[in-house]
Design a protein around this ligand. Structure first.
Ligand code: ZL4
Ligand code: CA
Ligand code: ZN
Length: 392
């Protein structure tokens, strides 16, 4: 009923599974897999599936997960039960592999949830590798904090690292971009010693008070002569309240320069939606349009691309952003109405019936902007300095 058609000579694939969305981290935990259902229902109510290849994804196998994770860790992840959760009173019971605390609880079906998230991203990566998709969408992935042998910040399996490892079989260089409000530490660390992956994370940075506390401007990968990965990590540390306009200038300047110097052959874009205004955990003032602009800019570079999910703790805004970004991927963003369709399930859940709420609709009291133009210029200058060392 809307003007949604398949883009000509261009394939977008959407990778998801309803099974993943049924899992719960616990009553009041901020991570709600249900936001994926809300996203899918909004995407569907706009008719977008007609313009994409839609895949119901499978579980990643143990062997696939072990391409990055240690078998010790995977074995414990596969067998640990919610009962193994250390209790407050149990002083001596150390959480193993950082599993079972309040950030990374052990919940029923945890291993299934993790292997589905990874399966979604691996399927997306394979479609990019065999050139069956130009853009592959994996909103169930994007869990950038997980380490080789450790869970961290709501992330247990690093599906992004697994997907990039797949891309590296076919593509000489992969550019990883992370617009989640948190630092993409797990992905940065995994590729610290290679010059085939460049990582760029934009995030709120305030050591000690904002998770994970890493990702300073000066963190650019181990700076030793013998390390090919030196200068291949870029960090853009930001303060509360950054606006669409500032973010657009920074993003296009930095990613434009990185693209020219690094000459990536594929892009992995983590679209964490906790950088939106009004996010339960976030601190920025980005609107859906400002967040989506990053996707539009990346698409304009004309490279094969995977779009991952990530954070996002106000589900109605997560669904808005990821539905809008799906429409950008298929080139339908100017064809769909900004009013949420009458027949959309959960329509009332959105409170305001628009895809693009104003700042006051999202926040009631907009956050004050603590990013001075002077500091943003310093950041851009530092990044350009780093890029002088990168030449492909
Ligand atoms: C919660 O309400 O900063 C977990 C986590 C569970 C339910 C009830 C338990 C109450 C906020 C967060 C106690 C909660 C204490 N429940 C949480 C240092 C911390 C230790 C844990 O978007 N406490 C840790 C992780 C971050 C810390 C952010 C972002 C992931 C991603 C990609 C991960 N951890 C302090 C916090 C709640 C909870 C309420 C919480 N945890 C907020 N920020 C954190 O980048 C997916
Ligand atoms: Ca980030
Ligand atoms: Zn986040």
């Amino acid at each position: 009923e809307y003007n949604i058609v398949r883009p000509k000579g261009y394939t977008v694939s959407y990778h998801a599974t309803d099974e993943m969305e049924k899992h719960h981290f616990g009553q009041t935990h901020p991570m709600k897999p249900w936001r994926l259902t809300l996203t899918k229902s909004l995407v569907t109510s706009y008719g977008m599936p007609f313009a994409m290849d839609n895949y119901n994804t499978r579980h990643a196998t143990y062997e696939e997960l072990s391409a990055f994770h240690s078998t010790d860790y995977l074995d414990y992840l596969a067998t640990a039960a919610p009962e193994d959760q250390p209790r407050e009173s149990d002083n001596e019971k150390e959480p193993k592999f950082n599993l079972g605390g309040s950030d990374c609880p052990l919940f029923h079906g945890l291993y299934d949830y993790c292997s589905m998230s990874a399966g979604t991203s691996l399927d997306a990566a394979r479609k990019i590798c065999n050139k069956q998709s130009d853009i592959a969408i994996a909103w169930g992935g994007g869990l950038h904090h997980a380490k080789k042998s450790e869970a961290s910040g709501f992330c247990y399996i690093n599906d992004i690292v697994l997907a990039i490892l797949q891309l590296l079989r076919v593509y000489p260089r992969v550019l990883y971009i992370d617009i989640d409000v948190h630092h993409g530490d797990g992905v940065e660390e995994a590729f610290y010693s290679t010059d085939r992956v460049m990582t760029v994370s934009f995030h709120k940075y305030q050591p000690d008070t904002f998770f994970p506390g890493t990702g300073s401007l000066e963190d650019n990968g181990p700076q030793s002569e013998h390390n090919p990965g030196a200068h291949h990590a870029i960090n853009v540390p930001l303060n509360d309240g950054i606006t669409d306009e500032q973010y657009k200038n920074l993003f296009e300047n930095i990613i434009g320069a990185v693209n020219e110097k690094f000459r990536p052959s594929a892009i992995a874009l983590q679209c964490g939606a906790d950088s939106l205004a009004g996010d339960r955990l976030g601190r920025f003032n980005l609107k859906v349009q400002g967040h989506g602009n990053c996707v539009r800019f990346c698409k304009s570079l004309g490279l094969p691309m995977i779009m991952f999910g990530g954070g996002g703790y106000t589900p109605r805004n997560v669904a808005r952003a990821w539905a809008h970004e799906t429409s950008i991927a298929i080139g339908a963003d100017s064809n769909i109405p900004s009013t949420i369709p009458e027949h959309a399930p959960w329509r009332d859940h959105f409170i305001h019936d628009t895809l693009f709420p104003t700042l006051t609709q999202s926040l009631h009291e907009p956050r004050s902007n603590r990013n001075s133009e002077k500091r943003l210029r310093e950041i851009v200058n530092h990044v350009h300095e780093q890029l002088r060392f990168v030449q492909h």
